[in-house]
Design a protein. Structure first.
Length: 96
């Protein structure tokens, strides 16, 4: 579980990132969760955007992604989800 200070630090790091995954009409599926998990191992911090044609609940989609990838939900703002998971082999971010 991240502290408020750590979340604030990660939000500042994620501000300049572009979303690399999109949740669309199909919603969250296993393939997407696996790809995001692999990307988290490589990057540790990433953004996922929710498209206009997504008809589910944004909060549920964010929770599914966080649980499926065993990541921390740093932020859900507008249609953007920010996820963080410490990498096992490729550690880059040092939390305060």
């Amino acid at each position: 579980m991240l502290t408020g200070k750590q979340k604030r630090f990660l939000r500042s790091k994620a501000h300049h990132l572009s979303p690399i995954f999109q949740v669309g009409k199909g919603g969250v599926n296993e393939n997407m969760v696996k790809q995001i998990s692999d990307a988290l191992e490589a990057r540790e911090l990433l953004k996922v955007s929710i498209l206009q044609n997504f008809d589910g609940d944004k909060n549920e989609a964010a929770e599914k992604l966080a649980l499926g990838t065993k990541a921390e939900l740093v932020q859900l703002i507008g249609n953007t989800i920010v996820l963080y998971r410490e990498s096992v082999e490729n550690k880059q971010i040092k939390l305060p």
